[in-house]
Design a protein around this ligand. Structure first.
Ligand code: ADP
Ligand code: ASP
Ligand code: MG
Length: 411
């Protein structure tokens, strides 16, 4: 008998019929004698629908109230799944975050889990019931409702698995594993049987939304083996675990993209100490994350151009702050660009191979794509390009790094 945490995403619980299907899967696991905690997301489209309601009311909804509202999506799905389980004769109990409780900090809309009390869930197991836990939500010390950021149910599940010392954490979704790139935009994408925490961490943080980045951080920190599988088929699956001998030794394991960034360029700011701090401090004070930054020193050596990227959500506010900073610094102009995309290649094999970035740039130039920004780390290279070329670029890199699945035989 094992302790198993299963997580079902929005598409997996997108209709009553699908909820019945999930209930059947969960029941099967329960009948094998395991203690089962199931974490569920809101039914697909619900979180977006709720967020749109708030945006209809005001362009800048109060984050505390936003969390009170947006967390209700998960309240509906845990109740429905618990009912469906009972219909099948499987005893079950739904638990919202405050009932567990799942404690978080008070960073509304992007809260971090601080602690999870396992007593209530263990009591549910003790009664031989399935615990159906609402994903995405948390509760602060002061009893305010929080949410964990988009895709946060993955993090709820892995954190719960860590606390319960679960034998495994299964993430059920609408694809049958982690692929070399998003299978929905790259037809030749190949499923990876196994991927290391470090690679998955990079892929998630660079846009592969199949797992929320923080869920992989938790998995790595607490050594939780994560299995990504399809809700709709028993085939496939990807194990996310510590790097080991069985893992594929490709130089590049995956290609990811992020469309949710925008670029801001300041032309001719003075080239003297303290200028970068003057530009970026106001952004930091407003909790705006800056991703890539490049600075070119101009020929006269007195002024420089500076470009950086922020998420599209932060773009309008960042532009306002930058306008004020640019006026103080007498910058020549500010240029904003929201039609960009960030494209990255990820692989632990890069640590030991030279020329990976050059191969990437060559593949992009061969299809006529211009690179606007570049950044690298030990196991990734990212570039910013025009958004309209994204799919072409993904396919070109997929082929250039020998990732393509063999072409299917004509039937
Ligand atoms: P869920 O609602 O189950 O949490 P998500 O939509 O959050 O599902 O994540 C699954 C989606 O992640 C897939 O439908 C796929 O389009 C996308 N995705 C992006 N990159 C990858 C990748 N490398 N491998 C698999 N899926 C990916
Ligand atoms: N329902 C939330 C979202 O859509 C959390 C999740 O699906 O993981 O982002
Ligand atoms: Mg998700």
């Amino acid at each position: 008998m094992a302790i198993i945490v299963q997580k079902y995403g929005g598409t997996s619980v997108g209709s009553i019929e699908r909820i019945r299907h999930v209930a059947a899967r969960v029941s099967e696991c329960y009948r094998q004698g395991h203690d089962v905690a199931v974490v569920v997301s809101a039914m697909s489209g619900q979180t977006d629908r709720l967020l749109n309601l708030a945006r209809e009311l005001t362009p800048s909804p109060d984050p505390r109230e936003l969390d009170v509202m947006v967390s209700t999506g998960e309240q509906v799905s845990v109740a429905l799944l618990a009912m469906a389980l009972k219909e099948l004769g499987t005893p079950a109990r739904s638990l919202l975050a405050y009932q567990v409780p799942i404690r978080t900090d008070d960073a509304f809309t992007k809260a971090r889990i601080l602690a999870i009390d396992d007593k209530s869930i263990r009591a549910v197991f003790q009664a031989r019931e399935v615990a159906v836990v609402a994903g995405f939500q948390g509760i602060t010390e002061g009893n305010d409702i929080t949410t964990l950021g988009r895709g946060g149910s993955d993090t709820s599940a892995v954190a719960l698995a860590a606390v319960l010392k679960a034998d495994r954490c299964e993430i059920y979704t609408d694809v049958d594993g982690v692929y070399t790139c998003d299978p929905n935009i790259c037809a030749r994408a190949r499923r990876l049987a196994k991927i290391s925490y470090d690679e998955m961490l990079e892929m998630a943080s660079l846009g592969a939304k199949v797992l929320q980045t923080r869920s992989v951080e938790f998995a790595k920190k607490y050594d939780v083996p994560v299995l990504v599988k399809s809700t709709f088929t028993d085939e496939g699956g990807t194990v996310v675990a510590r790097e080991d001998e069985d893992m594929e030794r490709e130089i590049v394991s995956g290609i990811t993209y992020e469309k949710n960034e925008a670029k801001i360029t300041l032309l001719a700011v003075p080239d003297r100490p303290g200028v970068a701090a003057e530009i970026f401090t106001p952004l930091a004070l407003k909790n705006i994350n800056v991703d890539m930054i490049i600075q070119n020193v101009s020929v006269d050596g007195k002024s420089a151009d500076l470009s950086f990227t922020v998420t599209k959500n932060d773009y309008a506010q960042a532009m306002e702050l930058i306008k004020a900073a640019a006026a103080k610094l007498n910058a020549k102009d500010i240029i904003g660009d929201t039609s960009i995309a960030k494209l990255s290649i990820v692989g632990v094999g890069m640590r030991s191979h030279a020329g990976v970035a050059a191969r990437m740039f060559k593949a992009l130039s061969a299809v006529g794509i211009n690179i606007m920004m570049i950044s690298t780390s030990e196991i990734k290279v990212s570039v910013v390009i025009e958004e309209k070329y994204l799919e072409l670029a993904v396919r070109a890199l997929h082929t250039a790094f020998d990732l393509d699945a063999p072409a299917r035989q004509a039937e």
